[in-house]
Design a protein around this ligand. Sequence first.
Ligand SMILES: Cc1cc2nc3c(=O)[nH]c(=O)nc-3n(C[C@H](O)[C@H](O)[C@H](O)COP(=O)(O)OP(=O)(O)OC[C@H]3O[C@@H](n4cnc5c(N)ncnc54)[C@H](O)[C@@H]3O)c2cc1C
Length: 389
Amino acid sequence: MERFDVVVVGAGPGGTAAGERAASLGLSTLILEEHATIGHPVQCAGLLSTDAFAECRVSDRSVRNRVRGARVVSDLGGEVAFDAGETKAVVVDRGELDREMAVAAADAGAELRLKAPVLRVDGDRVVTGGPSAGEIGFSILIAADGPKGTIARSLGMTRAPLYFPGSQADMVVETPVDTRLVEIYPNAAPEFFAWRIPVSERVVRVGLCGETNVPALFDRYLARWPGKIVHRVTGVIPLGTMPRTYGRRTLFVGDAAGMAKPTSGGGVYTAVRAGRYAAKTAAACLEAGDVSDRTLATYEARWKADFGREIALGYRLILARRRVTPEEVDRLLRAFSSPRVIRAIVEYGDMDRPSGLLARLCRMPALWPVVPILMRLGISEILAQDSGR
Ligand SMILES: Cc1cc2nc3c(=O)[nH]c(=O)nc-3n(C[C@H](O)[C@H](O)[C@H](O)COP(=O)(O)OP(=O)(O)OC[C@H]3O[C@@H](n4cnc5c(N)ncnc54)[C@H](O)[C@@H]3O)c2cc1C
């Protein structure tokens, strides 16, 4: 039977970042991907902050557009728009990005095997299907298998608490769009939001994600935008991390662990960072000859120290989001449209780490008119819990 120091399940950004780092650290590394093509099917809007994109360590080849700000529209008249005047995020072709990351992992020495679905884990072996079906031994398993969670199920681990389905269409439009701004429509999806992301002047990604009724809400939202659909995407975003992201020789990374940012659904940044922490932990455990849960726990301590606070805060906020009425969204956006608030958003906004901006905004007099809404939603308690961590 073949045996590797590290077997990574899934060649998404989390898996290839983990595989690249593990191989660079000198570990024999195998990445198993169930599909025949890396990055396909795409299940992503491809909007990455400049920091998140830099974290992927790839060329600009996958970049289709650069955006500088956003317009958030309530559909009831309230709207807030900001333009930072410099690139804040890029719109990428996720297939291209994933493939470039996979090449980097292969260049570092990781072996990549496609059409190799992992069916289950059996002790220190994975059982694979596909053309090269069989058993492969590992010292440490990195589960980067996305929202489906085959590995967590196989090991009987408790998974992330929420799963939000999302739908998206790439559309060719007749009237050119402003390529600088992303548009967000919170009231189109009462538990989350809808988006319109410019890929170019003539192509936009129109999508919606939420907890319930998503296909009907998406059809209604899509009908607002005239144009020809050239690509459709459906997917699921797990929200709220699994209670324990390690155990039984296994480290859970990215969507497999529910690490997407709950306020935006963006999961590439955290997947990539967690992937590298997982590889580093695997190397340390193997060097110490100790793969016990006690030693694997270092992994969870590492990612939590980095972005655990943002995810915990975001999760509480997304639970509160369920209770915000469309009228309250409108009033909040009107309050946010104050020039001072917009200046603060431009200066302190961070797509990957929104907690700093939020704490600052809640102290601004411009938001006093909406304090009753914030109180009803328990936002001050949520922020107090966050600052008390
Ligand atoms: C509609 C939508 C829009 C989104 N938009 C954005 C966005 O704009 N920005 C952003 O940052 N994030 C976005 N996300 C989230 C983002 O796509 C994920 O968080 C990110 O892809 C997580 O990376 P990952 O490596 O953990 O998992 P994935 O990218 O899901 O990769 C998992 C890989 O594992 C493979 N796999 C699964 N099971 C097995 C198995 N048993 N055996 C072998 N291989 C297996 C899969 O084929 C896949 O290649 C969006 C998600 C959705 C659904």
